[in-house]
Ligand binder design. Structure first.
Ligand code: RNT
Ligand code: ZN
Length: 416
């Protein structure tokens, strides 16, 4: 055991924090890793360009082109990320064999058998997302809220198909599956009728949720958004819509921290949602000026989000996932950086003496609270991180980058 860890352990013990227990808990806490960072949200089922008001920018070489390449890249990234992960798939990542094809409304569990095999071999769970974008049946930027019944029904069928696939994932892996619904639907310019699309979205969700499923195995989440690129004036699935729907239907809210007005923070919303929901879900990202989906860094908001989860003892009530897609840098590094940063933020949050700080607030000792909050920023959490990484067999510092460089040279650079 290294002496720096021994020192840190003693230092945190003075605050009443058991670093051994923290390391153990942190290792087992799953972070759901978004598969779509590996190929710029392209998927394998459609030749359509990325649509839905989301955008990847950059053309860094070496993106995954096949399921095999994507799986190999995920493996490489995971070998450099300490702690438990889950795999977060989109329906567009269906794997068809022998020239077979099924459209989104006809997807079946068998189209994801390869992913199940992959997850089982690694003993990880799978989360899932219906893909309501990059497809010819997205008509006039609308899916579940479309006035065209044929279009709306197609997407309802897609939602139902995905629900069955989610249950299949949970049954096969033995780990509950989070199925997240996000639709891009909206208008670039001021709509005449804000009501009708939302009414249709509500009806479509009701139809999807009408099929029976095991609520202890599949958690359906609904993700809101404030705007998309080319959909600036109106988004059908707004925050108010999503929260109201979730509460009336008894499903789970999902907040993506790129989906609010720039000065609005998700960290301040977590406690409110925890008060009214058994579980909540997060997409952790970094929005820069617009919902840009930059790589998550170890910044104040990421740390504050983690703090809100740990401080309210809600580590087992929050489904934590990452969601960003940077095509301008090495994609493996993008995964590793962002997920390590989420993990680091969680570690810091778990190394914080929340009970003591809360007592200072309750006693109105606010000067001391501020002093403590600032002093805690210089506590030796990096030494606990190093110990945690060592136990996971992962490089704690920048050494991981060598492995990314080697992989780029040996594998990614040959993808031309
Ligand atoms: C889009 C949402 C959504 C997507 C993924 C690909 O604004 O954040 O979660 O990023 O489903
Ligand atoms: Zn998201």
């Amino acid at each position: 055991m290294n002496t720096r860890y021994e020192y840190a352990k003693a230092k945190y013990a003075e605050l009443g924090i058991d670093t051994e227990a923290v390391i153990e808990k942190l290792s087992a806490l799953p972070i759901s890793m978004h598969c779509w960072q590996g190929d710029d949200v392209t998927g394998f089922d459609s030749k359509q360009a990325l649509s839905g008001g989301i955008q990847t920018t950059g053309n860094y070489p070496g993106k995954a082109r096949t399921p095999e390449e994507l799986m190999a890249d995920i493996d490489k990234a995971c070998s450099l990320i300490p702690g438990k992960t889950k795999l977060n798939l989109h329906a567009s990542y269906a794997i068809f064999e022998d020239g077979e094809f099924a459209d989104r409304d006809a997807l079946e569990p068998k189209h994801f058998a390869k992913w199940v095999e992959y997850a089982k071999a690694r003993n990880i769970g799978i989360d899932f997302n219906p893909t309501f974008f990059s497809h010819a049946m997205v008509k006039d930027n609308l899916t579940l809220s479309s006035p065209d019944e044929e279009v709306r029904k197609f997407w309802v069928e897609h939602g139902k198909a995905c629900l069955k696939i989610s249950e299949y994932f949970a049954n096969e892996t033995g780990i509950p599956c989070v199925m997240n619904i996000w639709i891009p639907d909206g208008y670039k310019d001021i709509p005449a009728d804000r009501f009708a699309p939302r009414a249709r979205f509500k009806k479509s969700l009701d139809e999807i949720l009408s099929i029976p499923y095991d609520k202890s195995k599949v958690y359906i989440t609904l993700e809101s958004k404030v705007f998309g690129i080319g959909l600036e004036s109106y988004t059908v699935g707004s925050a108010e819509f999503a929260l109201s729907y979730v509460n009336s239907a008894g499903i789970t809210p999902l907040m993506d921290n790129g989906h609010y007005h720039p000065t609005e923070v998700v960290s301040d919303k977590i406690s409110s949602l925890l008060l009214f929901n058994e579980k909540i879900a997060l997409h952790i990202t970094r929005g820069v000026r617009w919902d840009s989906d930059h790589v998550v860094i170890f910044d104040d908001e990421t740390k504050e989000i983690a703090k809100e989860i740990a401080a309210h003892d809600a580590l087992d009530r929050v489904f934590i996932a990452t969601d960003y897609f940077d095509a301008s840098i090495n994609r493996i590094a993008a995964w590793v950086l962002g997920i390590r940063n989420v993990r680091k933020a969680l570690l810091c949050a778990m190394l914080t003496p929340h009970a003591q700080l809360k007592a200072l607030q309750e006693n109105n000792e606010l000067t001391k609270l501020l002093a403590m909050q600032e002093e805690l920023k210089f506590y030796p959490f990096a030494d606990v991180w190093a110990e945690f990484c060592a136990r996971c067999g992962v490089d704690a510092g920048e050494g991981w980058f060598n492995a990314v460089e080697d992989y780029e040279k040996e594998v990614l650079s040959k993808r031309v």
